[in-house]
Ligand binder design. Sequence first.
Ligand code: SAH
Length: 347
Amino acid sequence: MKLLTDLSLDELKTLVSSYGEPSFRAEQLYLNVNAGKDFDEMTNVGKTFKDRLIADGYAAVGARVLQSHLSKLDGTVKFLFSLTDDNVVEGVLMRYKYGNTLCISTQVGCRMNCAFCASGLEGLKRNLTAGEILGEVIAANRFDGGDLNERKITNIVLMGSGEPLDNYDNVVKFLRLVNHPKGLNVSYRNISLSTCGLIDAFDRFLEEDIPVTMTFSLHAARDEVRSEIMPVNKKYGVDKVIDAAKRYFDRTKRRVVFEYSLIKGVNDGAEDAAALIRRVKGFPCLVNLIVLNYVKERGLEGTSRKDAYRFLGQLEKAGVEATVRRTMGADIEGACGQLRAKYVKNK
Ligand code: SAH
């Protein structure tokens, strides 16, 4: 299967000319696929040309909404997207005062196998292509009534299943595609890339000059604790992650975020907060605390609300900027990763 959403406007121009079509067709196709239209809806593209593309194995839609669950509490929508094969990935649309944030997946499954996360339970199945990742945004935008003129997705976070920097080329291409002025035109400042800390890939990413908001999944500031819950820490320890965050700030002057999921009895003690303070004090960053979502197969429990606020208080007292993330869409599903797991099980 060849996907039109995998192609940049320049690549589409090459494709179109190889079919002997005039070059303005490339932009027509580009606008159509970015609005989420399938071939039969592209009324401004000739049928013969479309039939030739279809016969040659081209598809126009990278991801489709297979299921959606709407929260009555806060309007959050959980999506299950189907890809061009029979794989499915999750996404979540969250509504904030300043706009809508879409959380999307970059891989089916994940190789990182963090001790608390549902995504790595079955390992990595496959990478998404750039056009499939883009397809999630296009599909959610369309689902919410948006198009290219009136985009309904304000912000994007790469925090669904998968490790973005473990699917480097596709993620970088996706970022360039979604930022394209003739496409969805989402500013890099409104995109967050979250990584468990693949530092070699990160250093390559620094050179791309794509100034997204960088989020590092830290989850512990002591190597003995972090190695226990994140296998990746054996290769890239706490020092390396924090140094990388500092390099990002030095280069982009953009404040970085550290994700810290609070796990009862594992990383939520006073000594854990103290270790974190020692590491980040004085560095312009935000610590995003989140009470761990329970994942049955993993068995780890979230810290109590009370202890989470105690942890927060300790950071704040030391002058470290931090927040406890609020849970959204609590009535539609529990933990991240559970929607796909449920679908796969019932299939
Ligand atoms: N692989 C990337 C992005 C994916 S997950 C990364 O590691 O950053 C996005 C965030 O959710 C990460 O910080 C991840 O550690 C966190 N997370 C995973 N499982 C969780 C759970 N059960 N409860 C709370 N946060 C979780």
